[in-house]
Design a protein around this ligand. Structure first.
Ligand code: SF4
Length: 192
């Protein structure tokens, strides 16, 4: 999920992931290239005014809310976490604007741990077509996927399903003829 976002610290990954909600990673990378060049680490953001951050983020959907949450998260990290991005899902989720998906992404991609599986819209589509879930609720799908996969694979599960959902099993069209799962998928349009 975060593999196509550019970052070089836990904080930068958190910011990029927060900005990427319902937005293209490509556009987020354009924005963060300038943002991360001009603004260093967490204390810098904690003292920013929203309007200052808007100058960078305004090409991103929902930029006002996202920018405010980034600043509030920076303040919270300075006051409650000794200036360091926390590593547990519970702590990450306590930051303003950080939901379970973002928390899972940061935990796996920066800290190399997995307390859960990040579920995005691609994962929801693929899981339902594969017959693994009959739900659009990310929390329910995460629970199911945690039961049927091994913990050591949780981070990769997200990446694989996102790659499949982006390139092959997209919301608009199923390209089953070039899908590696076509022989086992109940929704496949290819007769084996
Ligand atoms: S076989 Fe078709 S429907 Fe099933 S996961 Fe692959 S692309 Fe999606």
């Amino acid at each position: 999920m975060a593999s196509s976002l550019n970052y070089s610290s836990a904080w930068q990954l958190l910011v990029a992931t927060m900005l990427s909600a319902q937005s293209q990673d490509r556009q987020v990378n354009v924005v963060t290239k300038k943002l991360f060049r001009d603004h260093g680490d967490i204390p810098d953001y904690a003292s920013m005014k929203p309007s200052e951050l808007y100058n960078y983020t305004k090409s991103i959907g929902l930029y006002r809310g996202k920018s405010k949450n980034i600043i509030l998260s920076a303040k919270r990290i300075m006051s409650d976490f000794n200036g360091k991005v926390p590593s547990t899902i519970k702590e990450l989720e306590s930051l303003p604007g950080v939901g379970r998906k973002t928390a899972n992404v940061v935990q796996y991609n920066w800290f190399g741990k997995s307390e859960g599986i990040a579920i995005d819209t691609h994962c929801i589509t693929v899981c339902n077509r594969l017959g693994l879930a009959k739900s659009t609720n990310p929390a329910k799908i995460e629970k199911i996927m945690m039961q049927i996969t091994e913990r050591k694979d949780w981070g990769n599960v997200t990446h694989l399903f996102i790659a499949l959902g982006r390139d092959v099993c997209t919301a608009r069209a199923k390209h089953c003829e070039r899908c590696v799962l076509k022989s086992m998928c109940p929704s496949s349009t290819v007769k084996i």
